[in-house]
Every structure is written in C-alpha cells, then in structure tokens.
Design a protein around this ligand. Structure first.
Ligand code: FE2
Length: 411
C-alpha cells in the first residue's frame, strides 16, 4: 500500500509512506506505486505513531454506580465503592467490560495499554481474566499488566503474598500504593518490597505514588532513591505524584536532582486528578496535578494517562486520550505553541519509553507499519478541533476507522 501526502508528526513537508508485508518499506516524498498497489491519498493529513494509554484501570472500568455512586468524589470513597463492587467480580464480568473498553480505546487510535489490575483480591479474579485477554488481544492491542495492590501491600491481609503470586502468574510490572499504607514506615517498607520483587523476577515497576494532597507524602523520594541505587532506573515509573503539586519549592529543588539521577518515568492523569484532588480544600482549591511542565523542562520523561473510565473514581470518559491532553495542557499551563504541537508525544513517544516498547515503535523504515491518520494537518488543529482518528493501522492492518460527521450552518 502507498500512502500519499502525509504530514508525519511535526514535519512541515509532505511525505509518502510505502507499506510492504506489514512494514514501513519506504518513507519520503514522491514515491512511485508498484503495479497494482493500493494508493491512499491523504491530501495533507497528519500521520502519527499509535497512541499509548500509559495508565488505566481496565478491571474497574464501566462500573460507575455499581452498586453505589461515589458521592463525595474522593479517592477514598472510590476505594470503598470498589471494595463492594469487587465482591461481585467474575471472570465473565471482567472480560465483558474490558473488551468493550478496549474497543472504545481502539476507536480513538490506542494500540498499547498499560493497565493496573487490583491484586488485593484473594481470588485474583480480575488478574486471571486480564492475563487471558492479554494473550487473546495481542494482535490488535498490546496489554501490559501492572500488579496493583489497591488496598496496600502491608496494610491488606496477605498483601505481600498476593503481589508475589500476581507476578508469578505473569504480570509485567509490580505496583505499590505507599500513600494508602497505614503508616509512613509501612509506606517505605512497601516500596522496598515492591522494588525487591521487581528485581527478583525481572519486572518493570509502576507505583501509584503519593496520590494525595498531603505535602508530607514522600513516597516519591524513596522510589527514586531505590531506582537509582538498585540500577532499575527507567524501568521504574511514578504514577500520579499529586502530592508533588503541594510540596514546597525548596524541597522540590532538592528532589529534582534525585529524580534526574534516577531516570524514572512519570505518568500524570490530569482528568482524574483534577476531579479527585483538592477535595479537602475550601478555597483556593488545588489543581492537584503533578509538576508536568517542570519535570519535562528538567529532561524527565512524562506521559499522560486516562486512569479511570466510568468507574468509582471517575464517572465519565470515553477512553479517548484527546480529552486527557486537552485538559492536561490547560491545567499544567502548557499552552505555548510548541507545547501544543508537541503534546501528542505525551500519549505516544514518551509513553513508549515508559512502557519500554523499544525501537520497533515509531514511524521508521523497517518498523511494523503501525500508525494513525488524523483529520487535520497538524496536532494543534487536531487537538483544538477534536478531530477524529480517521484510520488506525497496526502492522499494515486496518484496526479502526472513523467517518467525520457532517455539520451544517445555514447562514
Ligand atoms: Fe491510577
């Protein structure tokens, strides 16, 4: 197949893309079609690498209001609601909801998902269903599974054993939730335990780290120090880090050096954290999103995630990362021209580093022909106009397409 007249990422010159046997065979201007080759003329549309959801909870998705709604909108009432819903979990229930959510994500150009799966469940029902789905869906969606101890590692009965069992069953990454542990000592010990487990089983790490407005929540420094000292470095990700929003600037100045040394990744979830954080504030109310702009300026890798899709923690969401980027740029005050043009990187190339997708991700000759066509000439236009992903191709195969709706104005 020959794709003509594409703007690839931020390039301002039009390129053609030739795809042979599911791989990018040639990229450049004025390519000649082979006899009988299918030609798709984009007429100046944007082509991007596939979107990556770097932080979501697929096991809880599409359960808002079951059995009760989170009325306060706090993280902690969300955990309490989920604790009730968890009792009704079955393999079929998880499968049905995850398959629906994955199709929603695919429609918005997502081809890779890092999902956290709650393993504070003695039956590990959701984990087992997710492991099955990872295998079943691997040709259309890459699922990376984080064993996530929602109710704590040391503060939940058998939490340590369940986490290790989840890793042995095949989770890709080890999680932790230091701000939810009973004490500061448990918080530190839980991180030490999670990191040691990752080292022992050669897994990635992704911690729900300081997802609280408490400026004294300092799980991040422990995580970064261990990542540095153990040499796990960019295999480690700190998700949420909303307490960093509230840290004093003198502390952050000191912390930044450690974060740079550690080379850990960050995932921010602006949709969900603007909703969940600041709930104990009167006015002014904190935005509650980590210091994305400052982290990026310090050369630290940051991506954006949706986090929750219509579940006890967030009663909305279509799975589209466009909404995440749109709100994230506002709340992080990243509205400069270059910030907006480059924002697609927060849900593609930066997330690829976090997921350790390696060199096979990206629009380069020899790589699998996985890419998106968006209905605009650049990301600024696509983001501002909420333009759809027209086509999502994976290894040369069309996975999803959208037909732009028509609107008419009669004046
Ligand atoms: Fe999360």
């Amino acid at each position: 197949m020959l794709i003509r007249n594409a703007y690839i990422e931020n390039q301002t010159q039009l390129s053609d893309i030739q795809i042979t046997d599911g791989k990018f065979a040639a990229i450049g201007p004025g390519l000649t079609p082979q006899p009988g080759e299918q030609v798709l003329d984009l007429g100046g549309k944007l082509v991007l690498p596939p979107f990556i959801e770097s932080h979501v909870h697929l096991d809880t998705c599409l359960t808002a209001g079951e059995p009760v709604w989170n009325q306060s909108g706090t993280l902690f009432e969300g955990i309490a609601c989920w604790s009730q819903r968890k009792e009704q979990l079955s393999r079929e229930d998880v499968r049905r909801r995850v398959l629906q959510a994955v199709r929603m994500q695919a429609a918005h150009g997502i081809q890779y998902v890092r999902t956290h799966v709650d393993v504070t469940d003695p039956k590990l029902t959701a984990l087992e269903a997710m492991l099955e789905l990872r295998e079943e869906l691997k040709d259309v969606m890459t699922l990376q599974i984080v064993a996530f101890p929602q109710e704590g590692i040391l503060s939940y009965p058998g939490g340590q054993e369940l986490l290790e069992q989840a890793v042995k069953l095949g989770a890709d990454a080890v999680g932790a939730i230091p701000h939810y542990e009973f004490t500061r000592e448990y918080s530190v010990e839980s991180l030490n335990y999670a990191m040691a487990l990752a080292e022992k089983y050669d897994k990635l790490v992704d911690v729900h780290c300081d997802e609280i407005d408490d400026e004294a929540s300092r799980g991040l420094e422990t995580l970064a120090a261990r990542a540095y000292e153990m040499g796990l470095k960019d295999r480690v990700t700190a998700s949420h880090t909303t307490a960093m929003h509230s840290y004093n600037n003198a502390y952050v100045l000191r912390l930044m050096r450690l974060l740079q040394l550690s080379e850990i990744n960050f995932v921010s979830n602006p949709l969900v954290n603007t909703h969940l954080q600041g709930r104990a504030d009167t006015y002014p109310k904190r935005r509650g999103v980590t210091r994305v702009k400052e982290l990026l300026q310090a050369g630290i890798n940051v991506s954006f995630g949706h986090d929750d899709i219509f579940d006890p923690w967030y009663p909305m969401g279509t799975g589209s990362l466009r909404d995440v980027v749109f709100l994230g740029l506002h709340v992080c005050q990243m509205m400069g021209y270059e910030d907006i043009q480059n924002a697609y990187r927060l849900i593609s190339v930066n997330a690829a580093r976090t997921l350790h997708l390696g060199e096979s991700y990206g629009i380069r000759v020899g790589n699998p022909a996985s890419f998106l066509v968006l209905d605009g000439k650049d990301y600024y236009q696509v983001l501002n106009e909420n333009a759809p992903v027209l086509y999502s191709y994976r290894e040369g195969r069309l996975l999803a397409q959208s037909l732009p709706g028509s609107r008419q104005v009669f004046f």
